[in-house]
Write a protein that binds this ligand. Structure first.
Ligand code: 9PG
Length: 537
């Protein structure tokens, strides 16, 4: 099929290998946009835009997502194979091509864009060069190859021309409609009311003990948090989901949290495992394998070691996942941070030969089945579209850190840093109506931190604007002033959740929060040099 579109006095030539005809859509409330539904298949839109920016949407939570000039190098993880394996998709990632997953866009004059997005749960790639933007549907779940051609039976595309923020808003709506997903605002309060969350990760990291968590409970309750989440460090090993010796009574701890009026939350990474774990030692048959051998695939690198991926199409593996969550739920936990969940969608050979996003969905659905509808499920390292309607929230960027950026880490936009967390999460703000968008924790503390109060304020505002407020600062680390800043921010976050504090995105990285204008752009894209006092690098 082919189609010629004139928009804003510019011509766009659309062609594809599909036989079906495109259809112009009239969506009530979006009459200012030109919207076309394009049939499934490899699709190409020729343009004559002069060095536009490309919107790269990364594969998982941590995958680099941002706008980038086509004349610049692609936005990706450079020179760090371990991180690429964890924070990138082997299929989406390309050294010399601007390529993203699910949706892409090119910018032109007056904040206008041409957006090409897949109306599917995933698998579609969008790439661009100076002449064309292409939508490609890889034929299969791998192996590590997108050259095989297109899927004629796949899901359709949508092409949207018009104002940038409106185009992304419309794409979110069309995607949710196509997938039959309801807006978050219509969900039960038990699920959508999960934040504000205190998380143990960004203060104690793995060095948590039952006493440390226990000592935090009264601070968290007084500060106004709703959830106290025990992050990584409670488990025997990643892949052995039993409490370690530092947590002699985890059910008792969950009870104590509940009695203080907080929801007990816990971190689990059910789809990855380390070599020393119960999973890898006892059930190598439940791991995702290389396409041509029985070797388990390399599922990334963390904790100084390689990771293995769980085959979530294996019935017994799924039962094991359900048992883990059923037990934690029976101990009183009803907020779960499910982490490194991309592993269920890594290319490789599985028990059932299904598309990798389907394997991922079977995995997260098993968790949902085990914990019930009233438990809150946050995804981290996950795939947003494949999680819609199953998970409640999704981390939208890399980990934050008590510093702005780490200049020693050469070109790694997935590395822990406030700058990376903010850029990614705000570039994915448009997901907010459909899945809670978690920009990672805000910081208020100055103890153990290189951040200035000005940058701390940005992290608080991002959390309030995105609607998922988390913080990891222990109560005892805060000064009186910091504690009152935190409590005011928590109160704003709660107002936002109740619809009493209006958030408006006014530009790519600018917002109003109530009456206040918050301009992240001057930090993410500074016109001049920002003082090192403000941004300790
Ligand atoms: C616990 C942490 C915290 C944190 C998560 C996750 O790309 N990477 O290599 C990568 C490694 C670790 C990581 C994120 C990305 O951190 O995001 O909030 O729960 O695990 O270990």
């Amino acid at each position: 099929m082919s189609l010629s579109i004139v928009f804003d006095n510019r011509t766009f030539e659309v062609s594809s290998n599909a036989a079906a005809t495109p259809e112009e859509l009239a969506i009530p409330g979006y009459e200012d946009l030109a919207i076309y539904r394009l049939p499934a298949g490899d699709t190409r839109v020729k343009h004559a835009l002069e060095d536009p920016e490309f919107y790269r949407h990364g594969w998982n939570s941590w995958s680099p997502t941002a706008w980038r000039k086509l004349s610049d190098y692609p936005w990706r993880v450079w020179n760090n194979p371990g991180r690429s394996r964890t924070a990138e998709d082997p299929i989406t990632d390309a050294v010399d091509t601007h390529r993203g997953y699910q949706v892409g866009a090119l910018s032109f004059a007056d904040s206008k864009v041409m957006l090409l997005g897949s109306l599917s749960r995933g698998g579609a790639l969008v790439e661009a060069d100076s002449r064309a933007m292409r939508g490609i549907v890889p034929t299969s779940a791998g192996p590590f190859n997108i050259e095989g051609g297109s899927s004629a039976e796949g899901e359709p595309w949508v092409l949207i021309l018009g104002d940038e923020l409106r185009a992304f808003e419309a794409y979110g709506k069309l995607l949710a409609d196509a997938l039959d997903v309801a807006p978050r605002a219509s969900q039960k309060i038990a699920q959508r009311g999960a934040a504000p969350v205190w998380s143990s990760w960004y203060s104690w990291f793995e060095e948590i003990t039952q006493e440390i968590i226990s000592a935090e409970i009264s601070h968290a309750a007084k500060a106004g948090y709703s959830v106290l989440e025990i992050d990584d460090g409670w488990e025997e090993s990643v892949g052995t989901w039993e409490p370690n010796a530092d947590f002699p009574d985890l059910p008792g701890l969950a009870r104590q949290i509940r009695e203080a009026g907080l929801r007990p939350g816990i971190w689990v990474s059910p789809f990855i495992a380390k070599a020393d774990s119960y999973l890898v030692r006892n059930h190598p048959d439940w791991l995702v394998k290389e396409p041509d051998s029985d070797e388990p695939i390399d599922a990334g690198f963390n904790w100084g070691t390689r990771l293995y991926a769980l085959d979530t199409t294996h019935p017994q593996a799924l039962e094991w996942v359900k048992d883990i969550f059923t037990e934690l739920r029976s101990w009183g936990f009803d907020y779960f941070k499910t982490d490194f969940i991309y592993a269920a969608a890594m290319p490789g050979r599985r028990y059932a030969d299904v598309p990798r996003e389907e394997a991922y969905m079977r995995g997260i659905q098993a968790i949902r089945d085990a914990v019930g509808e009233d438990a809150y499920l946050l995804g981290s390292g996950g795939l947003p579209a494949a999680s819609l309607g199953i998970l409640d929230g999704m981390r939208m960027g890399p980990d934050t850190a008590p510093y702005w950026d780490n200049m020693d880490r050469y070109r790694d936009p997935s590395g822990p840093a406030v700058a990376n967390a903010l850029r990614n999460s705000l570039s994915r703000f448009w997901w907010k109506p459909w899945i809670d968008t978690d920009p990672d924790v805000a910081l208020v503390r100055t103890r153990g931190s290189l951040l200035s109060p000005e940058v701390n304020r940005l992290t608080l505002d991002a959390a309030i604007a995105c609607g998922t407020f988390g913080c990891s600062d222990p109560g005892q680390w805060l000064t009186d002033t910091e504690r009152s800043v935190l409590m005011d921010a928590i109160s704003d976050a709660k107002k936002e959740a109740e619809g009493e504090l209006a958030i408006t995105q006014t530009g790519r990285y600018t917002f109003t929060i109530g009456e206040r204008v918050v301009d992240f752009d001057q930090w993410l894209n500074p016109k001049g040099r920002i003082s090192d006092r403000l941004l300790v690098k």
